[in-house]
Design a protein around this ligand. Structure first.
Ligand code: NAP
Length: 366
């Protein structure tokens, strides 16, 4: 990741130009460099709730996703190809409501909330309009700001037992895993679930599957992470680095019946093997492409095995709210690997790009 230039606009000078009593806040924006976008910290006037239904949220923590690296490199296509130059990055964040505008009936000042990944997907089917409303991509401002203005429909209450740092991990990776397992997958107790690696989506998938009474089997390149995964409820673990044919081991762990669900995040390196590990009538949730997106699934194999394959793109606000009820019921705590201070946001990006982590990376604000 490129070195980050930190530009502090003189707050005092801006205060002098701004109308009396305008509060100033800090936020990161993306600025275009020769080749890619870079993070720039700015001091700007605090946003104002001007439209009916809008609220102000003091953001306390945000979390990173692989998508945020792609956005920075201008490589994020899916529903987010718009120019992010001059916009605030990061889709995921949590905080508290500090002011409500006209017509707000879902929240009051002091409520603890998280932003939804899509600002315009309350429930029902995904539409092109939904895809274009994803925070932190495609020209839609994200959450890496001390205060944001948001429509009340694009926020959810967060579970009481979670800190802001924990809640900030939920909007993308958490909702994706939840939707894959419980909405598309219709997971039942006792079923086998394959999770690839110990990143954000897979770790949530592991915790959710275990809480639902299913049997999660997780892979990793690290034995230490697999040991942690067992503490989180993994039924089986396989090191995919030391065991190149890991799918055979996964099948063995199911008594050779094969898994009932796959949360497919690896792409090219993993999909063919995951299909070998899949049992009859199994469900594959296509989620990611950590090794590049895979392109081939045999139609004949799908037909004869009765497998179903669905594409997941995070989920709706209704999915988020259902997940929060599940998390509260089972007192699940998201796995936060490391928390960076606001001033070191660039280091958090670098850590996601180059570091070894399990679960989520968080930036604390304030
Ligand atoms: N469609 C959607 O709605 C959606 C939502 C969220 C994420 N995604 C996508 O899903 C993927 C995973 O996202 P994430 O947030 O969970 O990522 P992440 O937290 O960055 O996951 C990184 C981890 O994945 C594992 N990994 C990396 N390459 C692997 C490979 N070739 N085979 C197996 N495991 C591998 C490693 O685990 P170990 O260290 O344990 O080996 C690594 O630490 C990304 O491609 C992301 O863009 C899609």
């Amino acid at each position: 990741m490129k070195a980050v230039f930190i530009v502090f606009l003189a707050a005092a000078a801006l205060q002098a130009q701004a109308p009396a009593r305008t509060s100033m806040i800090r936020q990161y924006q993306l600025e275009r460099d020769a080749k890619e976008l870079r993070l720039v910290i700015k001091t700007v006037p605090q946003p104002v709730a001007t439209q009916p239904g809008q609220v102000l949220v003091r953001v306390r923590a945000v979390s990173l996703n692989q998508r945020d690296l792609l956005v920075m490199r201008g490589q994020y296509g899916a529903g987010g190809g718009g120019d992010m130059s001059g916009h605030v990055p990061l889709s995921d964040g949590a905080g508290e409501i500090i002011a409500v505008g006209a017509g707000v009936n879902r929240f009051k000042a002091g409520d603890r909330v998280a932003g939804t990944f899509f600002t315009q997907w309350v429930d029902g089917k995904r539409t092109p309009q939904v895809a274009a409303s994803a925070r932190g991509g495609g020209g839609v401002d994200g959450m890496l700001s001390e205060v944001i203005v948001a429509h009340q429909d694009s926020l959810v209450r967060i579970p009481d037992h979670l800190s802001f740092e924990e809640a900030a991990t939920l909007p993308c990776a958490g909702v994706t895993a939840y939707r894959a397992l419980f909405v598309d997958g219709q997971l039942k107790p006792g079923e086998f679930v394959l999770l690839e690696g110990t990143g954000g989506v897979s770790t949530f998938g592991l915790q959710f599957a275990a809480a639902a009474g299913a049997k999660p089997i997780i892979t990793s390149s690290s034995d230490d992470k697999l040991q942690e995964a067992r503490k989180l409820g993994a039924f089986g673990t396989v090191n995919y680095r030391t065991n190149a044919e890991w799918q055979r081991e996964v099948r063995k762990l199911t008594g050779n019946a094969g898994v009932d669900h796959v949360l497919e995040v690896g792409g090219r390196d993993t999909l063919p093997k995951a299909l070998e590990a899949l049992g009859f009538e199994g469900h594959v949730a296509i989620i990611g492409g950590l090794s590049g997106f895979a392109s081939d699934i045999s139609a004949g194999r799908l037909m004869t095995s009765g497998a179903s394959v669905t594409g997941i793109y995070v989920g709706s606000r209704a999915d988020f709210e259902a997940m929060n009820r599940f998390i509260a019921q089972h007192k699940i705590r998201p796995v936060v690997d490391r928390v960076f201070p606001f001033e070191e946001a660039a280091k958090a990006y670098d850590f996601m790009d180059n570091g070894s982590y399990m679960g989520k990376i968080v930036i604390k604000i304030g």
